[in-house]
Ligand binder design. Sequence first.
Ligand code: GLY
Length: 377
Amino acid sequence: MEKETVVWAKDAFENIIKKMSFVYERSKDKIPYTTINGVHDDHSVNDIGWWTNGFWGGIMWQLYIATGEECYKKTAIENEKKLDKLFLNYKLLDHDNGFKWLPTAVANYRITGDEESKNRGILAADNLAGRFNVNGEFIRAWNDWDGDNIDRRGWAIIDCMMNLPLLYWASETTNDPRYRHVAIKHANKAQKHFVRENGSVKHIVEFDVETGKEIRDYGGQGYRDGSSWTRGQSWGIYGFALSYDHTKDIEYLKTAEKIADNFIQNIPESGLIPVDFDQPKEVTWEDSTAAAIAACGMLKISEFKECSDKDKYFNTALKLLKTLTDCRVNLNEKEDDLLLKCTAAYNDKIHDFSIIYGDYFYIEAICKLNGKYINIW
Ligand code: GLY
């Protein structure tokens, strides 16, 4: 890294460590998703199945590796154990098992070798593999939701690329290739059906549940059908880079680069990322999570010796992270939110708030730049 980069990235790292020590004291018994008036909410009691409930544990592990402070390890393990309730209710398990158990149980196993954590990770992987539609060759995303009659049996979403590393890990850990086979089949299907010619990606694709034929796609959490939801692009960049990492199939790296190139072409002058690259010009809603995740993905791409242009991806990641650091990071120690202006979905009523996975991926990237981090994925 250039000297100038080292200075800001080191400052950003130290600022995270300091701020999070205050946030930790207030939030250690919670599993936060967002903040209300600067105070973390808590999903540990009434919404334990929520897909983001592994990220607080992931932040704790990153802070533990960064500082060596035992308190972070303790809270990470508590977060992991709170998720055990999910194993007793299949409706709370879905394709996001990767997001829930990679940053908690699998991270714990990688760091401490704990057998109970390994057990949790394998159970989560078994359940994830069980969502594979054999004829269709895709992993079903969500379960049916109470309150609507939408048939989601044939729905797969780009986000799932980030859950595949749970399957790769399970194969590496058990020496049983079945999990990897499922992950590869899904990744191949996603490569063919989600990535457009120009490198942008679709959020949701519906397949025929008997034949696997593509039926249609949906805009999902983006602006509208056919648009370019920025967090979906980010999941695609990082997700395909991770499939390359685990399989060494060069086509996955090329796909990650193709999506990253489209993302790079669309980064506005400000360096701040909108919710959807196709949103109307007058709409100012942002999604800082997309910036942080894309940066993590581009850092990953730049590590591979087969990468077509390491400088391009590394420097873009730095630009995204520097912009977030200068403009969208809240260092006020009395407030729990770290990364500002995140958006869950374009068509939601609320935008531009703090979201825990935004904090997580920003922390992961800055810790990585400082060489003090655990590889979760
Ligand atoms: N995986 C759901 C989301 O990115 O909002």
